[in-house]
Design a protein around this ligand. Sequence first.
Ligand code: SF4
Ligand code: SF4
Length: 113
Amino acid sequence: MTYIVAEPCIGTKDHACVDVCPVECFYEGPDMLYIHPEECIDCGACVPECPVAAIFEESDTPEQWKSYIAKNAEPFNGGDALPKAPTRDKWEELKKDPSSDAAKYYQAYPKKE
Ligand code: SF4
Ligand code: SF4
């Protein structure tokens, strides 16, 4: 088992979860963060930190987001490798530079109302 990130992260991506993960298993995807299924120790610490309830224990993933289970695993199964996700403070810092990927992210994935 593992925890996974689902659709609500897209456009939010505030990195609050990264700060509490004891094994640093969040990775930076172009659209959302991804959890490495073999590194996650199923502690659940990230779940209450997420402001948009995007993180689920795999088997508790709501029906409409079941496809996110495979989506989370894909980069670690021979898909495009992802870098480790930065901490929240680091992400906020990166966002200040308008030319950064962090700043451009919110143009590509506007925050949902
Ligand atoms: S459940 Fe624990 S180990 Fe897994 S991603 Fe969340 S904080 Fe990290
Ligand atoms: S706390 Fe939730 S919305 Fe924020 S980056 Fe993590 S999964 Fe995405």
